[in-house]
Ligand binder design. Structure first.
Ligand code: CA2
Length: 146
């Protein structure tokens, strides 16, 4: 059976490519989604690509993934540093979780150095730009086909 990955993006990532390109690059979220679809297809993986500005909606997406997906790639954006609700939801998910940040958060303000989500993540990526999404899909493909 073909595997499914949920790729979940947190608040303000809908602005990707429209502001702060020096930090987050020039690609829009829809460019990133297209690249993800291509990468996933070449690894025979189905993806659900989602973005929400609402913490509760992200929790709901993680619950949905419990039923429908074998792995989660999540860029929780600012909720990374604040959300125990997202951490708890991820604890209820059984498969591999990859936490992804476009920027190298450890080079930035100290409030970005702590992540609640890292306590559940099986791998953490930061600073690969939007290319990180493709790398994360490749790694997830490997984890799911072990
Ligand atoms: O580097 C990342 O991917 C972050 O998760 C992005 C979050 C930030 O709060 C995290 O510390 C690190 C911010 C996402 C906001 O995205 C924007 C994109 C373009 C313009 C404005 C915001």
């Amino acid at each position: 059976m073909q595997k499914t990955i949920y790729i979940i993006n947190g608040p303000n990532l809908n602005l990707l490519g429209k502001r702060e390109p020096e930090i987050y690059g020039a690609q829009t979220l829809s460019d990133v989604e297209k690249r993800c679809l291509e990468t996933a297809q070449s690894h025979e993986i189905d993806i659900v690509f989602a973005q929400s500005n609402h913490e509760g909606q992200i929790v709901e997406l993680i619950h949905e993934a419990r039923e429908k997906a074998q792995g989660i790639i999540i860029n929780p954006a600012a909720y990374t540093h604040t959300s125990i609700a997202i951490l708890d939801a991820l604890h209820a998910f059984d498969g591999p979780v990859i936490e992804l940040h476009i920027s190298q958060v450890h080079k930035r303000e100290t409030f970005r150095h702590h992540s609640y989500v890292s306590q559940r993540a099986d791998a953490v990526m930061a600073g690969f730009g939007t290319h990180g999404y493709q790398l994360a899909i490749e790694h997830m493909g490997m984890l799911l086909n072990k």
